[in-house]
Ligand binder design. Structure first.
Ligand code: 9MJ
Length: 669
């Protein structure tokens, strides 16, 4: 019979190995269920033998106690920042300087993506993670060890024995785009502050004093260098060092490469620039580092930046232009959005003519005026925004912009509700803008997906008096549509056919299509799982708040929506026109026949094996990875990447309690 010590050691070894396969090699060896079962065995043994708990046990990632502050850490070796290059010519000049200093004609470089996160130093003593610090000013940073321990891809102990006794690893903590979006969705659902970008989200998460909060944030880590090293040797090149780090258990970017000479650097840069938008994380350039360590030592550094490395930045996603006019647009929910009409300018590869100024607070804060020279930013697919005014170039006589007190479209009062940022038109469906926007939303892809019914056509239909609400869409007559400008028999017939097809929908899509304030796709899906339409119409805020991710603000919006007779009347007309869906309520237990479940994280009461057994008994299938075929993801504590993936795919997400309810077959039907 193995001793508890031996069992614990074996379980830890196994769990660490599986975690490495998952987080570092991106090649899972076991299902989450198996991992979880082993984890539970370990936790149970440690519970029974508390004296055997060690800080590097996989069960010890999340500390229990919030800190009162972060203490200071003086870096033994400066944490350097990087010089930048903005053109091929500047990169060539860097390469020339390097070669001249070294007296060489050819140089190999290690090429790495430049992540836009937070630089972190991890100190491993005898293979154990003993300290993690932020870069700070390069000389002194903050001790963020308790938070860093919650980042699952960072090992608490290194793998193989052949590493230096003291090893400082440097890298970047960041958030993937998917992680960032899932986090912001969650924040929004709980009426908590939204993060502006993945970098801010990562920084905010790492600066939490309570490690239990950090543990819920989707932080990732990639190693890109080495600091202090004692008692041990490293490979002689940077690229090989990165490979060694991976062997020791640290994640490194799969997009690193060794490149020979500056021409290959430029080729690599172009290749990554083309892939940039498809990468799971944001990068702002490529870092080239002289590969040979002895060459680096010879080159040294100047004023906090190494002479042996350079960040070749991607074209700025910001540009300077002039504000020609400020217009106020009215959205679907009546919110007034000021928009700057700009002198057209190229930003990040496209021509920008408008930029959002968000709301009255933003416009006041930035003090944007007609005639101002402004810096505009465009990142990815997001709407361009004005970043700041270059006040030195403000023309004389430019006056501050004030938001109108009336809706610019319908003239109804525009008011700000206590506690809200937005100023809203109170015209509701009397307002042309709100009516049109609500129809456009209803027809959009994630809603009823009425193919061919875009913004222009909705405006035409509305202005011709053919539709004033979503319900009117289903009473359109082909000849009247065909008579509209730029339409004809064929396009009118196509529209009517698309409308007919849209009648067969799903309840969650329908709910989303209604355009209830702050009810996005995820919230609509969660609602659809809990309520039928007739139940939802009657639901009180308390009942709504029981639904995952719904807080008091969203609940109040839902109650208000269904409390409005006009909305109910329109809803009934739409239903009467034949819009229908299959009842998606989880029905009696045998309804689970053939449904595919994935389980992730630690469930509060059931082990993975128990949950699986219960599901199998009801005819469901249990799979280890999330795919488009997955029907439900059951989520426990500390879910992994599966939650992000499921969120992206729109998979229905269940808690253990919801799962149990479903298994009982006692859910509303
Ligand atoms: C980032 N931010 O991805 C360095 N970095 O090297 C990479 N930063 C760096 N390397 C020396 N890939 C100082 C900073």
């Amino acid at each position: 019979m193995a001793t508890p010590e031996a069992k614990i050691a074996a379980l830890r070894r196994q769990l660490n190995e599986y975690s490495y396969r998952y987080h570092v090699l991106d090649d899972p060896a076991v299902s989450d269920a198996e991992y979880d079962s082993l984890y539970r065995q370990l936790a149970t043994l440690e519970y029974e033998h508390p004296h055997l708990v060690t800080p590097d046990s996989p069960t010890q990632r999340v500390g229990e106690q919030p800190l009162s502050e972060f203490s200071e850490v003086r870096h033994e070796l400066l944490m350097l920042s990087l010089d930048n290059a903005f053109s091929d010519a500047e990169l060539r000049a860097f390469d020339k300087r390097v070669r001249e200093r070294l007296g060489l004609t050819d140089i190999d470089y290690a090429a790495e993506v430049k992540l836009d996160g937070l630089a972190i130093s991890l100190l491993f003593q005898h293979g154990k993670l003993v300290r993690a610090a932020t870069r700070g000013d390069g000389a002194t940073g903050e001790d963020v060890t308790t938070n860093i321990r919650t980042v699952k891809s960072i090992p608490l102990a290194l793998r193989a024995a052949a590493h230096p006794a003291k090893l400082e690893v440097r890298g970047e903590v960041f958030m993937t785009r998917a992680g960032f979006e899932a986090l912001n969705d969650r924040q929004q659902a709980h009426a908590e502050k939204l993060f502006a970008n993945p970098r801010n989200a990562a920084a905010g998460s790492l600066r939490q004093l309570d490690p239990r909060v950090t543990a819920t944030r989707p932080l990732q880590f990639l190693a890109h260098g080495i600091g202090a090293v004692e008692q041990g040797t490293l490979p002689s090149s940077h690229f090989a060092t990165l490979q060694a780090l991976q062997v020791w258990g640290l994640p490194v970017s799969p997009d690193s490469a060794r490149v020979a000479g500056v021409d290959e650097c430029i080729r690599y840069y172009r290749e990554l620039a083309a892939k940039r938008a498809d990468l799971p994380y944001e990068i702002d350039g490529i870092v080239f580092k002289v590969d040979e360590r002895r060459h680096r030592e010879e080159l040294g550094f100047v004023s906090r930046a190494p002479r042996w490395a350079i960040a070749y930045k991607f074209p700025p996603e910001e540009a300077v232009t002039e504000v020609l006019e400020i217009e106020v647009q009215v959205g679907r929910t009546g919110a007034l959005t000021p928009v700057a009409r700009l002198q057209p300018v190229r930003v990040g590869g496209v021509t920008v003519t408008n930029a959002t100024l968000h709301n009255a607070d933003e416009i006041r804060r930035k003090d944007v005026r007609v005639g101002d020279t402004v810096s505009v930013r465009r990142a990815g697919d997001v709407i361009p925004e004005v970043v700041r005014v270059i006040t030195a170039q403000r023309p004389a006589g430019a006056t501050a912009f004030t938001m109108p007190a009336q809706c610019p479209v319908c003239g109804s009062p525009a008011v700000r509700t206590e506690g809200e940022v937005a100023i809203r038109c109170r015209g509701g469906l009397h307002c042309r803008a709100q009516s049109i926007q609500s129809i456009i939303h209803f027809a959009s892809r994630a809603a009823l997906d009425i193919v061919g019914l875009g913004e222009k056509l909705v405006e035409q239909l509305f202005d011709a008096g053919l539709v004033s609400t979503i319900a009117d869409l289903y009473h359109l007559e082909q000849d009247k549509v065909a008579a509209l400008e730029r339409m004809g028999d064929k396009s009118a017939a196509n529209l009517l056919q698309a409308l007919e097809q849209s009648k067969n929908t799903r309840f969650d899509r329908f709910l989303y299509a209604l355009g209830i304030r702050e009810v996005g796709e995820t919230t609509a899906r969660n609602l659809a799982r809990h309520f039928r339409l007739d139940e939802l119409k009657q639901a009180h805020a308390e009942a709504l708040c029981e639904v995952r991710d719904i807080g008091p603000v969203v609940a109040a919006n839902i109650v208000q929506f269904f409390g409005d007779e006009r909305n109910i009347a329109i809803l009934e007309q739409v239903r009467a026109a034949g819009v229908r869906w299959e009842d998606e309520q989880p029905g009696p237990a045998d309804d689970l026949q053939g449904k595919i479940f994935v389980i992730t994280g630690t469930l509060p009461t059931l082990s993975r094996a128990q949950a699986k057994e219960k599901l199998l008994a009801k005819g469901a299938k249990v799979s280890s990875s999330v795919s488009a075929a997955t029907n439900y993801l059951v989520v426990g504590e500390n879910p992994g990447g599966k939650l992000d993936k499921a969120t992206n795919l729109g998979t229905i997400i269940l808690t253990e309690a919801e799962l149990l309810e479903m298994l009982k077959g006692s859910s509303k039907n």
